[in-house]
Design a protein around this ligand. Sequence first.
Ligand SMILES: [Zn+2]
Length: 275
Amino acid sequence: MGRTALPLRLLLLASLVLTSGASQSPARASGLLDLLNSIAPPAAPANQSGLPPLPAQPGRSKNWVGTRIHPPGLPLLVMAGHADSQRIRGSGTPGAAVGLGGAAPMEAGITDELYWNLQTAQRVVELGRQRGLNIQYYDPGLRTILDQNDPRSNWSVGANHAAQGGYAVEIHYDAYSPHGIGPGIIPSVLNGFSSLDEALANEFGGYPYDHRGMLGAPRRGISMLEIGQLEGRLENGLRDPSRRDQTLNAIAERVVNALQKGLAHGPVGGTALRQ
Ligand SMILES: [Zn+2]
């Protein structure tokens, strides 16, 4: 009902502004507000089939363009989503095999999402290094860190990396149907949308920058890459020991190719040396 919806919206907006102000410098917070005010309306969904456009998927319409370019040697940081939030709220999806099928988790004590986030993040870094990217992996090691501002947490290390001009991304798998949405990049909202996120969106699709009211990682300068819903062919390919390696390699290949393309983007007729 309208009578309850408007106060709720105002409350959400107020809490967004308050949280932004509390966690960031005044300059950053006002930059965020400028961004909110200046953002373009959602683009029409891409339609290459000639068929009438599909209705936009709720919660998954890209409403940003990553134009911020970077030097080719930009330090990249890859982390596994939920690596420090196990056994508490926000531990990630159990995946369909466990959540629906009753299978044993891949590793006791952690969600299957974290298990695959770790494997995928490591594979991306391994392949990225082979391709000559300046890419690092971070794992806090501790699986439960209650204080998000603990200096060892993913968010603290990622925010610090981004504050120093680097690019930070967390790998995720989305929940199985009907809870999840699907693959896509949720871009960092600090310092302008990156050409790296644009390239990842070309490969995986793009979520709105303000997905679920803007998540904690993007607010801190960390992009989130949803590889896909942890179910069906994707999950089977990961769980089947005879196809696991091949599946992880195929995913890493897509991520690293996109990162390479994102770094190669520069202004037309120029070189990508401005950060
Ligand atoms: Zn996740």
